[in-house]
Design a binder for this molecule. Structure first.
Ligand code: ISE
Length: 340
């Protein structure tokens, strides 16, 4: 490994460009060597004025011509599988934005490829695991100091959904975070998913049923509910309330300055996830870079990506059937049994 990890960032959309900026300005021990995007101009824009960054429209082209030590994969989820297989084939560590892949079968084929290497190379971008509040909340589950956990109530509100955001994406791109959060917090797998669709906001784009109410059960019977509201207008809100036998723990309360003036008081709601979770993304990337440099894998694994994909599949089936859909997982391979 070179003194500074040479990273290829694949996909230069909102998240990819943000990761380029983060790796360039804030992350220690890594630098961006290349940016790939099917639209070359977008790759160039993400590379900003740095002419030392190679830009290309094909991953294979970059991997054949430029030396890189690791990859950040930030294309849409439907394109992940091919890129992951290519990267794994070359033994490269990768931070893969969620979802690992959009369905359980393709996620499993990625797991099989990783197992073929005999080492973990993939970290999945379930960034909430790096949020200090989530970590502290998990502490209550682990310690048992408030008795047994009973219920989890989640709120997940976006100001507005991006163009083309479908009902399936409400589950695959948004609620996927709560599926992982539930697994992370409780240490349990998810047993079933039910989706209720009630009154639609007038702000929902044509064809999208927004908001939705997702009801989830874990193996031991902990009940979780998620309000996914993609066009909530007010800004970005992600919060959770965990109910234990002997107390309640709340995360994601609005923070920041409170201004009092002219007989009123108030603060700000962040506009989007990049603003709300900036320091959490930084922590996630820095932790991944440190882990890759130390050859000591940490963070959410491909197994976590597979399990979340299976939950999403059940969630999408539940949206269509109005029934409670069980989640079936294959047996956990030994490569993943020591962690998470
Ligand atoms: C987006 O991809 C995210 O990861 C955000 O955290 C989530 O709030 C949003 O709904 C997704 O589209």
């Amino acid at each position: 490994v070179s003194p500074s990890l040479r990273i290829v960032v694949i996909g230069a959309g909102r998240m990819g460009a943000d990761h380029v900026d983060r790796l360039t300005r804030r992350i220690v021990g890594a630098k961006v060597a290349a940016v790939v995007d099917i639209e070359l101009a977008r790759a160039r824009r993400a590379a900003q004025a740095d002419l030392s960054i190679v830009t290309a429209s094909s991953l294979e082209e970059v991997l054949n011509s430029t030396e890189v030590d690791a990859a950040v994969l930030a294309t849409p989820g439907v394109l992940h599988k091919d890129a992951l297989l290519e990267l794994l084939g070359r033994g490269l560590p990768v931070l893969c934005e969620k979802p690992l892949t959009p369905d359980a079968e393709s996620a499993w084929s990625v797991l099989e490829a990783e197992q073929g290497l005999g080492v973990r190379r993939i970290q999945v971008g379930f960034m909430r695991r790096f949020d200090p509040e989530y970590q502290r909340l998990r502490g209550w589950f682990v310690s048992g100091a408030l008795g047994a956990p009973l219920m989890l109530h989640f709120v997940h509100r976006n100001a507005e959904s991006p163009p083309g955001f479908t009902n399936e994406m409400l589950i695959n791109d948004s609620v996927v975070h709560e599926f992982d959060a539930i697994r992370f917090l409780t240490g349990e797998e998810i047993r079933s998913v039910l989706v209720r669709r009630g009154r639609i906001t007038r702000h929902a784009p044509a064809g999208q049923h927004d908001p939705q109410h997702v009801l989830i059960e874990t193996e031991s019977g902990i009940l979780a509910d998620v309000e996914i509201f993609s066009n909530a207008q007010l800004g970005y809100q992600v919060a959770a309330q965990a109910v234990f036998e002997d107390g309640v723990v709340v995360t994601g309360e609005e923070q920041g300055l409170r201004v009092s003036s002219a007989g009123r008081w108030g603060g700000e709601v962040p506009r989007g996830f990049i603003e709300r979770f900036r320091s959490v993304y930084d922590a996630e990337l820095q932790s991944w870079v440190n882990a890759v440099r130390g050859d000591q894998p940490v963070g959410p694994t491909a197994w976590d990506g597979y399990a979340a994909a299976a939950c999403c599949e059940a969630g999408v089936a539940a949206q269509k059937s109005d029934e409670k859909i069980p989640v079936h997982l294959k047996a956990k391979p030994s490569l993943y049994s020591t962690l998470s």
